[in-house]
Ligand binder design. Structure first.
Ligand code: TRP
Length: 454
């Protein structure tokens, strides 16, 4: 008996895909690189890339997924059975998902730990140096981070076991509105602190001198990462989107939501950092070392621990964002295992969970006890970070868009976008042009600078 495996509604599909897109990339990565590359200047370039290239790639993946009704490996060969070699693009995507998921779980585990640390008040009396030491000590220790990532993986796997409708769709529909609510609370708190306007200025005031070629490429890389495109996850979600859904409108919604949440994250973080007179330094340090300091400064000497409450809210927000992204990565791998390896969903989920915990644990240990073991000249964590940030997604995105632009029959694309001729598709020539020429060239540039640059 075949059951309908997809999302039950348009809203559910949007929530699940927004859940995938909105993640750690929005909340800590976007604000930091936006500030670094000239605020408003970066923002203008980023918005162009997100809406032109990022969204075109998302539509590409949705069309491939929904048309074929398969996960990436089978999707390509279903659409062009005469060219079976393209299925390796799908396989490549699955491997990328696996690696990204491993790294994502390590950092998600940290966010889980910080929910505990802030809720118990363990960080409440620490100054900057102590917070710094606390983070270094925690992230390089052997047991605690591994336990945290294992718990986080179990939470993710539990949702996957629930299935597409009762697990992913249901959880996304609950968690995404909560996430937005928590973010609004954080924005209001941050923007009403004295001296917060310095942070708004840092984020939005255009400084084109800081942008440069590096900033332009960082904007494109961030646009792809933030929308979760380039590794087949959206092909899988595309295969779950209802057939009567308008793919153009759905993609637009997801892109708009993802961008707004990134902007709100900037407004939740920088005004508060500036109001405390702290350095808006970037990377993991911003969230795990600088922000706890900001929260501590909100705690009055006596009375209600306001800062602690906001700290817990913030880390719960991060856990929520990370969870829905981890779910989509996990689902992509599960869909491949059930479809291509013919393993049932439950055993597949359990095996994947164990494998991914093992790799993530190695990544985590490579920051501490196993730091001396180098692969390709660097610890495993750094290697996976390099691969998943600079190389694998652009390669996979490039091949996917080339397939869409040059290999997949144009009539099929048009038929799928117009829902068999029932929707208007005036944008189609633009999409065609973007996916045939602009996106491949842009991706090639990102890839070349990723390999030869820095
Ligand atoms: N978009 C996610 C974020 O902003 C990160 C991410 C990149 C991702 N690629 C993905 C998430 C694929 C899920 C699937 O944090």
């Amino acid at each position: 008996m075949t059951e309908h495996k997809g999302f039950t509604s348009n809203f559910g599909a949007i929530m699940a895909a927004v859940g995938s897109a909105v993640g750690l990339g929005n909340i800590w990565r976007f604000p930091y690189i936006c500030g670094q590359y000239g605020g408003g200047a970066f923002l203008v370039v980023y918005l162009c890339f997100v809406f032109l290239i990022g969204m075109a790639l998302m539509m590409t993946e949705f069309v491939i997924g929904r048309r074929s009704q398969h996960s990436p490996v089978k999707a390509f060969s279903t659409l062009r059975p005469d060219k079976p070699g393209w299925r390796f693009v799908g396989l490549f995507g699955i491997i990328t998902c696996f690696l990204i998921l491993s790294l994502y779980l390590v950092i998600s585990g940290w966010t889980l730990n910080y929910v505990g640390d802030t809720a118990t008040g363990a960080l409440a009396n620490m100054d900057g140096t102590m917070l710094d030491q606390h983070f270094s000590h925690f992230s390089s220790s052997a047991i605690r981070p591994v336990i945290c990532l294992a718990i986080f993986t179990i939470m993710t796997a539990a949702v996957i076991l629930g299935g597409v409708q009762k697990g992913i769709e249901k959880v996304s529909k609950i968690l995404m509105p909560i996430l937005v609510l928590l973010l609004v609370v954080m924005c209001v708190r941050s923007l009403t602190l004295p001296g917060s306007m310095g942070g708004v200025e840092y984020l939005f005031k255009p400084d084109f001198s800081k942008l440069g070629a590096a900033g332009v490429l960082a904007a494109l890389g961030q646009a792809l990462f933030s929308l979760s495109v380039g590794m087949g996850v959206m092909v899988v979600y595309g295969s779950y989107i209802p057939k009567d859904d308008n793919l153009m409108r759905t993609s637009l919604w997801i892109t708009v939501c993802d961008t707004l949440i990134a902007l709100m994250s900037g407004l939740a973080i920088f005004p508060a950092v500036f109001s405390c007179g702290l350095e808006p330094a970037g990377g993991p340090g911003l969230v795990f070392k600088v922000l706890p300091m900001v929260f501590n400064s909100m705690n009055p000497v006596t009375g209600f621990p306001t800062g602690t409450v906001f700290a817990v809210i913030f880390f719960v927000l991060l856990v929520t964002a990370a969870l829905t992204s981890a779910i989509s990565l996990f689902e992509a791998i599960t869909a491949w295992a059930t479809e291509s390896l013919h393993i049932r969903r439950t055993p597949a989920t359990l095996v994947i969970a164990l494998c991914v915990i093992a790799i993530a644990a190695f990544c985590s240990l490579s920051l501490g006890p196993l730091n001396h073991i180098h692969i390709a000249g660097m610890p495993l964590f750094d290697l996976v970070d390099r691969l998943t940030a600079a190389y694998l997604p652009p390669i996979c995105a490039l091949l996917t868009v080339l397939f869409f632009g040059w290999v997949m029959p144009g009539a099929d694309i048009h038929d799928e976008l117009s829902n068999h001729g029932t929707l208007k598709t005036g944008y189609y020539p633009v999409l065609r042009f973007l996916t045939r020429y602009i996106a491949p060239i842009a991706l090639l540039l990102v890839l070349i600078t990723g390999i030869f640059g820095n």
